[in-house]
Design a protein around this ligand. Sequence first.
Ligand code: HEC
Ligand code: HEC
Length: 221
Amino acid sequence: MSNKGVRNLFIFGSLFFFVILLGLTFDTMSRIDKRAPEITEEVDQGKRLWHKYDCIGCHTILGNGSYFAPDLTKTTANKPVSYIKKFLVNPRKVNPRASMPVLGITEEEAEKIVAFLDWISKVDTNGWPPEPVLAAVPQAMAGGAAVYQKYDCSACHMIGGVGGTSGPDLTHVASRQPDPEWHRRHLVDPASVVPDSAMPPFAHLSEEELNQLVDYLLTLK
Ligand code: HEC
Ligand code: HEC
């Protein structure tokens, strides 16, 4: 190629890609507001509390923060709000092994922080971050194990090393709690047998699901 050819290739090549860059930039900017819900007063106050308590000193959201504690971008998609509120006020009361300190958050403040976390959870992030790997083990299951899977109990509980750590490990739960009646009452309304339980109630289980689930839990010795 002659010198002139090289020069033309450079100029028109650069122009071509610059125009594409501009087009993509405008396209992104025009869509960005639609990717997040409205910011309410409560969300705004929650954001301020997020900084007041330096949550970002341990956690990340949308990729920003520290890597000491789990990413919180999709918290309310993975955990019920009632659980998160209790956890924020006193992590160790909810989960005796929690290493998150008691930060002195009041119930009112927890409400606002959760509003902020819920807002973040609803931001369209193109599927990032991926679902926690441990909570999603696709396996052909039947009976109570399938019910356990259906209601995503493994988001909080571990059986045989698979699952989350927010609630107690259930690998040997039947040795601690062998009474089927206790389990039935606990699943439908946890606080009726464990005062101030942070586990969400599963009152919407059908009678059959409840029976199967309790049978399954009683096999975990
Ligand atoms: C000193 C570090 C630290 C600070 C500060 C901190 N956290 Fe945490 N947080 C943790 C750790 C560690 C965990 C993982 C669970 C555990 O071991 O406690 C956690 C877990 C969580 C969870 C998930 C609980 C679960 O079971 O899924 C939420 C929600 C959370 N933190 C919110 C917050 C918010 C909101 C703030 C600020 C108000 C905050 N954290 C401040 C360390 C911290
Ligand atoms: C958001 C987190 C969360 C989810 C989801 C959850 N649990 Fe729990 N679970 C907890 C917490 C926290 C406790 C400890 C307080 C209590 O005993 O109620 C607990 C306790 C338990 C216990 C008693 C364990 C023991 O050692 O005494 C059983 C059994 C149990 N859960 C079963 C289930 C089943 C089955 C499901 C699904 C239908 C489920 N949990 C869903 C958080 C959760």
